[in-house]
Write a protein that binds this ligand. Structure first.
Ligand code: PEP
Length: 249
């Protein structure tokens, strides 16, 4: 049985004034029926993890370097995230693949670094609109997960997030059949590569314009084990609606 996960990606949003959202989540979900994770900007990880202590809310990073230390100005390592209180790290988000030219090989190296430091890697994949319209979605996603996931992935060290680029921050969402098709495909790929045990244990999140209003129907799709949420994770009220939908799924 895969435990459901509601993960929030705050991207480059949030200052100390936003930490009250964690208090609101803690209060609303003292014993949630799913896992709750917030990935704030790196500047807030330590304060947020201290604030979340003793609650079910977990804190994660949005990226890490593949090396542990060294001359990489502006970067942050998996060990540093762990030291700051993170339990998870998002890797290979489409915004990083686009803005920072991250390849599948780079994402894979980062996932290995995350695992070495005991962080759960949330590895993102997803197609552009052009790729979808060209009928290449499954081939593209298949290549991304083959190249970005290291060997030895299990349900405890890895989560996969399917995020169609054209659905991120746009209010556009694939049909439930389209989401189901890709999630079933990813599940089959994971089982083929990692075996039925690990392949069936790795959780698959859907991401792309998930809101309280559409969450329940998305969570009803087979092989959707939760969501990676951007905009609607910034306010505890909105994110709480998504968490509640997941608890009831
Ligand atoms: C994301 O960027 O991970 C995301 C899913 O964003 P949004 O929910 O805002 O579409």
């Amino acid at each position: 049985m895969r435990r459901k996960l509601a993960a929030g990606n705050w991207k480059m949003n949030g200052t100390a004034a936003s930490l009250g959202e964690i208090d609101a989540l803690k209060q609303a979900f003292p014993a949630p029926g799913c896992e709750i994770l917030i990935c704030p900007p790196a500047t807030l990880i330590h304060r947020m993890s201290e604030r979340a202590t003793g609650s079910a809310v977990m804190v994660g990073g949005q990226d890490c370097h593949w090396q542990e230390t060294g001359a990489h100005t502006g970067d942050i390592s998996a060990g540093m995230l762990k030291d700051a209180g993170a339990s998870h790290v998002i890797l290979g988000h489409s915004e990083r693949r686009a803005d920072h030219h991250e390849t599948d090989a780079i994402v894979r190296a980062k996932a290995e670094a995350a695992r070495a430091r005991g962080l759960v890697a949330i590895i993102c994949c997803g197609e552009s609109l052009e790729t979808r319209e060209g009928g290449e979605t499954l081939a593209h996603v298949g290549r991304q997960i083959a190249g970005s996931l290291p060997d030895g992935c299990t349900g405890t060290n890895t989560v996969v997030a399917y995020e169609p680029i054209w659905a991120i921050g746009t209010g556009k969402v694939p049909t439930l059949a389209e989401i189901g098709e890709v999630h079933d495909f990813i599940r089959a790929e994971l089982v083929a590569r990692f075996g039925p045990g690990a392949g069936n244990d790795i959780r698959l999140l859907y991401g792309g314009s998930v809101k309280p209003v559409n969450a329940a129907e998305i969570f009803g799709v087979a092989n959707v084990d939760g969501a990676l949420v951007g905009g609607a994770s910034l306010k505890a009220g909105d994110f709480g609606g998504i968490v509640a939908a997941l608890e009831n799924a």
